[in-house]
Write a protein that binds this ligand. Sequence first.
Ligand code: AR6
Length: 171
Amino acid sequence: MESKITFVKGDITLQDTDAIVNAANSSLLGGGGVDGAIHRAAGPKLDEECRKIGGCPTGQAVITTGGNLKAKYVIHTVGPVWHGGTLNEPDLLASCYINSLKLADENGIKTIAFPSISTGAYGYPVEQAAHIAVKTVSDYLKNNIAIEEVRFVLFSDRDYQVYVKAYKELK
Ligand code: AR6
């Protein structure tokens, strides 16, 4: 198993990775949760770039600069809203991670931080989301030598524990 995946408890806006990932909504115009925190910390340049892009479908990802953040880039991805698991939520969530990592690759990004996509306002059960997140990233990195670190940044102790456990269960 590769050693490229790391876990920290903390605030994603403070990470020093080349890119941080935003759990956005399809308007890209900002919102609450991690999206609100990233837009506030990055400043108005982020709003402007997102407005120009115009939107993003669920499961897809787009890239902007990082504005005032330490990270040079923000990758915005739109997770699925949880409807009970029968509306393709697992595949859409996996697509968020895959498409974000593809964009990272295309932009020469070596280190990237992810939040727990969809498990806040969008209601995805965190144990299920964590399993998909770590499995999808781990599988992607098996065929990738360019990305040096994928860091999961979890906002609560509980989420941190759930993600670390999901990763251990992969091995
Ligand atoms: N750093 C890291 N994680 C955070 C931070 C932070 N600063 N702030 C919150 N989290 P959510 P979603 C965690 O609701 O479920 C927005 O309004 C949070 O505790 O931010 O994908 C968007 O505009 C949770 O574990 O994202 C969309 O409308 C995780 O980030 C909608 O919410 C995700 O929670 C997206 O919902």
